[in-house]
Design a protein around this ligand. Structure first.
Ligand code: PGA
Length: 254
């Protein structure tokens, strides 16, 4: 089902964004309107802005998501935020298993699975990130790493309608480097093959985002690739002009 799936272009603000950044978000919401017939748009600000961003974006086509949540439903976990709390803030999605958490915070596939389960239980969309490191890529282990992450991070019962997979090669994040278009095509096809084998027809409709140095300049080329159903954008989501340029590139293809 190449490129017949409605794309999702999502921004991950990481640890950037203060109250004044809501004005940038308003510009993104405004600019997203002209693409709403063909693209879903999501911004994941820091947790401190979730409620304000959700309130501000209510009634617009821009959805708000969190960048992480606890693997526990509730309890004595000082500083953690549960999926139910994210839902309560008005947000609709959570990124789980980002490589900055898998690598930087030693999160395992089992942690990512439990977080994904909490997200789905809270009625939110789970954007599950997978991706190989540079050494895994150089050793020719990309597919086996992705397969392990897919098998061990995705809840077996779905539901697929609430799942999004983001393929983000770790070495491409924030580096300005991207895989070749052929490599992106091959790996997105590989991920699609797994999703169909695991979930049948439902797996054929799960969105697979590409992430890692997506910019205005390369977005159109990436948007054309089979089984690329959107993008997860870091640095280029911080400025409305850049992010809207990426939206436009996806809009011109879909
Ligand atoms: P980048 O980040 O677009 O800045 O490479 C992507 C991500 O980490 O999701």
């Amino acid at each position: 089902m190449p490129n017949t799936i409605r794309p999702l272009v999502a921004g991950n603000w990481k640890m950037h964004g203060l109250a004044h950044s809501l004005s940038e978000l308003a510009l993104i919401a405004q600019g997203s309107e002209q693409h709403k017939h063909c693209i879903d748009t999501l911004i994941c600000p820091p947790a401190t802005l979730l409620a304000a961003a959700s309130n501000q974006s209510a009634g617009t086509c821009l959805a708000i998501g969190a960048q992480d949540c606890s693997s526990e439903p509730y309890g004595a976990y000082t500083g953690d935020i549960s999926a139910a709390m994210v839902a309560d803030s008005g947000a609709r999605a959570v990124i789980v298993g980002h490589s900055e958490r898998r690598q930087g915070r030693s999160e395992t596939d089992a942690d990512v699975l439990r977080k994904s389960q909490r997200v789905l239980e809270a009625g939110l969309q789970a954007i599950i990130c997978i991706g190989e490191t540079e050494s895994e890529m150089l050793e020719g282990r990309t597919e086996s790493v992705l397969l392990r992450q897919l098998k061990d991070s995705i809840p077996a019962n779905g539901p697929c309608s609430s799942l999004v997979i983001a393929y983000e090669p770790v070495w491409a994040i924030g580096t300005g480097r991207t895989p070749t278009i052929e490599a992106i095509a091959g790996l997105h096809g590989f991920i699609r093959g797994y999703l169909v084998s695991a979930f049948g027809r439902d797996g054929a409709a799960v969105r697979i985002l590409y992430g890692g140095s997506v910019k205005v300049d390369n977005a159109a080329e990436i948007a054309c690739v089979d089984h690329v159903n959107g993008a997860l954008v870091g640095g280029a989501s911080l400025k409305s002009e850049d992010f809207l340029g990426i939206l436009k590139a996806f809009g011109s293809i879909h």
